[in-house]
Each structure stands twice: as structure tokens, then as C-alpha cells.
Design a protein around this ligand. Structure first.
Ligand code: ADP
Ligand code: MG
Length: 397
């Protein structure tokens, strides 16, 4: 249902000399000294900004950053983002101290050339996350057109993503959201085959809807990470003290059954890195499914699994990957995740990675350049693949 909808795009807008409110996701990571660690979220919205500038719009951009808990806090100011945006676009980026109020009107009136206003952090107001109507109206007050390119925030029902939208006749999605929808829809409807899905991460319960939907189009499903242990347990394997969701074992069995019914092979890990406790420097052992795990925890896929998964991946024309294949925050346990990232990056295929931790693992492993599409929405990409209605998209219709 979600996939048949055509959302209005920038091409549909008449915005010459109009004030365009652009909701973006500029929630970049900052280090202790306030420097931007990774500016990819800023770069991701440049096409939208440039296309709106070509249409001679006056641009007012808004975003959240971090979790300032509803009050102003200089640690979460968008000032570093404004500076980077100015460098990237070679224009002046004006950053007021707030995101609402009379000052904004003044700044809009003074806006010249291709200069841009970047509003201060939306979450300096607790009414943003409450989707409070008074705040929604304040945000909409001096604006003529609403555009959202905040793909990573579309699953949230906030004043800037949902509440304010009703106050606009002209509404559209930006280029980034357009691209995300196109790429993710294709995975659900007509991926070029063979289509290999790689799922990992901590829990099955977070990903059940995604797996079920992708079963309709996948040629193979590879499962690793924490969720693999519930599947293995469902097949009677002793997984020691690994992360297991006992109340999801039946569900895992149901998924395996459905996959068999649809003739989609599900590949589970055949060997594992196990440790007595999940910490850096813990003594590691490699075990197979039939070995004695001596009540230890599985923290990564083993070398034989890496080989088997890589072999399946070799034939792929399309790949979707979500969820690290081990506890990759800890250096000792990221070999499997990085090896699979490398295997996917080498393919001559359409490759998509989604999910916050997965995308950051791909970046850290250094192969991001060789992935066709890194989805910018962690939770939102998964919701989309579950075919859930994203409130921020629904609001546009
Ligand atoms: P994404 O953010 O890409 O959707 P998730 O949040 O679902 O991914 O999964 C990431 C988490 O999964 C990481 O915190 C990682 O430590 C955890 N994880 C992966 N493998 C295991 C494992 N074997 N045991 C426990 N946790 C794991
Ligand atoms: Mg995560």
C-alpha cells in the first residue's frame, strides 16, 4: 500500500521568491571539542538545496541535533553545521539563536542571493517532540512551502515532521527522500535477482517485519549477529550463554517454515567466536554448531561462516544488509562484520546497507565508497521495509 503512493516532489513546486521550510536530518555526530565527526548527513541534502536554489526559493532549513531534552544547550547548537554548510555551498548561512520567533521574520526579509537560514535546534523546545500544535504553528508562521528531506526522522511524529505540515498547501519530499523511497521500494518489489539479504544485529524482535517482507523478494537470506542464536536454538543447537530471545523461538520456527515454503534458503552461521564474557581481551575460542560451548557467549561469526556467506554473496545482483554480524563496537569481535562488508563492497551488484549501526560499521571498515546506497535513516529505513506507514510521509498527502 505504502509503495503505490506518489509523493509530490520539488518538481511540483512553484517556489520562486517563496520561503521554503526545509526539514532536514542534520543530526551529525560531534566530538568533545564540538567538531563534526562525519558530515555525510549534511552532504546528503545538498542536491535538494541546490535544486530549490535553482527554483529561486528563499531557504530556511531546520533540524534536530542530539538530545537536548527540550531546553537550549550550547553543546547541541547547530552552529558547527551552519559553518560546514556555508563551506560546502559557498554561501552565507545565517543561524539565529532560536527556531521560532519574530527574529526569523526579520532575517527572512534580509535574506539575499543564495544565502540560507539554518534555524537553531528544534529540540531546544520540548513541544517539538510532543508534536504540540502551538509550536507547529510557530514553525510554520513565516513560511510558504514545506519540504522534507529528513528521511531519518520520517518515522517520528513531531511538530516539524508532522504537526506543521497541515499549514501548507505546497508540500513536497526532497531529493534524498525521493531516492531512499525509490531504492527501498525496489527491494520490496522488483530487485534484480539473485537478491541476497543479510540480517544481523541484536534481536529478532526488532527485525521481524523486515525479514517477513523481504522473504517475498529474496533469493537467499543470511542471518548472523545476536539474532542468529534464537534461530539456531529453534533448530535445537546448543548456543551456550549467547543472546537468545526465548519467547521468539516459535516465531523463528515460523519464519524458517515460511522461507521453506517460498523456497528461500536461510543460511545460519556454522561456526562462531565465543567468549566467557563480552569484553575487550576476553579469551576467544572458535566453535561449530555441534561443539560444546561450555556456557560461553557467541560474539561473532566464525571463519567458515564468513566463507560460506561470501560464496552466496558472490552470485548476487542485489544485496540488502542490515545488522552487524557480531558485537562490532568491540574491536576483537568485528572481524566477521568487516569481512562481510568487504565481500559486499567487492561485488558488481546493486548493494544497499540500512540501519544506524550497520552503516557506521561499513564506514568504519573503510568500504563505504563501494556500496551503492547507504540508507540515511536508521529506524526509518527499517520501518519502510516493514511497510509501516511513516507519519512524516503520510502527513504530505
Ligand atoms: P542497526 O542499527 O544497523 O539496525 P542493530 O541495532 O539491530 O543494527 O544491531 C546492532 C547491535 O547488535 C550492536 O550493538 C551489536 O553489539 C549487537 N550484536 C551483534 N551481534 C551480537 C551478538 N552476537 N551478541 C550480542 N549482541 C550482538
Ligand atoms: Mg542500532
Amino acid at each position: 500500500m505504502v509503495l503505490d503512493v506518489k509523493y509530490p516532489t520539488i518538481d511540483n513546486l512553484a517556489c520562486e521568491e517563496k520561503v521554503v521550510f526545509l526539514r532536514a536530518d542534520l543530526n551529525v555526530g560531534l566530538d568533545e571539542s564540538g567538531q563534526i565527526r562525519d558530515d555525510s548527513r549534511i552532504r546528503a541534502i545538498l542536491p535538494t538545496i541546490q535544486d530549490l536554489q535553482k527554483k529561486r526559493a528563499k531557504l530556511v532549513i531546520a533540524s534536530h541535533l542530539g538530545r537536548p531534552a527540550g531546553k537550549p544547550n550550547p553543546k547541541f547548537s547547530l552552529l558547527p553545521v551552519a559553518r560546514r554548510l556555508a563551506e560546502l555551498l559557498h554561501v552565507e548561512v545565517i543561524k539565529p539563536d532560536d527556531c521560532v520567533g519574530f527574529e526569523i521574520k526579520k532575517l527572512i526579509a534580509e535574506l539575499r542571493d543564495k544565502n540560507i537560514i539554518l534555524l537553531e535546534n528544534l529540540r531546544f523546545h520540548h513541544r517539538e517532540e510532543q508534536n504540540h500544535d502551538v509550536f507547529a504553528r510557530q514553525l510554520a508562521q513565516y513560511m510558504d512551502v514545506y519540504v522534507t528531506d529528513a528521511f531519518g526522522s520520517l518515522h517520528r511524529e513531531h511538530a516539524s515532521t508532522v504537526g506543521m505540515v497541515r499549514y501548507f498547501k505546497q508540500r513536497a519530499i526532497g531529493r534524498l527522500v525521493e531516492k531512499e523511497i525509490a531504492v527501498l521500494s525496489r527491494l520490496l518489489t522488483e530487485p534484480q535477482k539473485p537478491f541476497v539479504v543479510v540480517m544481523g544485529g541484536a534481536k529478532i524482535s526488532d527485525k521481524i517485519g523486515v525479514i517477513e517482507n523481504l522473504l517475498n523478494t529474496a533469493s537467499h537470506i543470511l542471518i548472523g549477529g545476536g539474532m542468529a542464536y534464537t534461530f539456531l536454538m529453534a533448530q535445537g543447537v546448543d548456543v551456550g550463554a549467547s543472546l537468545v530471545e526465548p519467547n521468539k523461538i516459535k516465531l523463528a520456527q515460523k519464519i524458517l517454515q515460511r522461507a521453506r515454503f517460498k523456497s528461500v534458503p536461510v543460511h545460519l552461521p556454522v561456526d562462531h567466536v565465543i567468549v566467557p564474557d563480552i569484553s575487550h581481551g576476553a579469551p576467544q575460542k572458535i566453535v561449530s554448531n555441534n561443539d560444546n560451548w561450555s556456557n560461553q557467549k557467541g560474539v561473532d561469526i566464525g571463519p567458515q561462516t564468513v566463507r560460506e556467506f561470501s560464496d552466496v554473496l558472490k552470485q548476487a545482483q542485489t544485496v540488502f544488509w542490515n545488522g552487524p554480524l557480531g558485537v562490532c563496537e568491540i574491536e576483537d569481535f568485528r572481524k566477521g562484520t568487516y569481512a562481510i562488508a568487504g565481500a559486499i563492497a567487492q561485488l558488481n551488484a546493486f548493494t544497499v546497507v540500512g540501519g544506524g549501526d550497520s552503516v557506521s560499521a561499513v564506514r568504519k571498515s573503510g568500504v563505504a565508497e563501494n556500496i551503492s546506497h547507504l540508507s540515511t535513516g536508521g529506524g526509518a529505513s527499517l520501518k519502510f521495509l516493514e511497510r509501516s506507514v511513516l507519519p512524516g510521509l503520510k502527513a504530505l498527502l
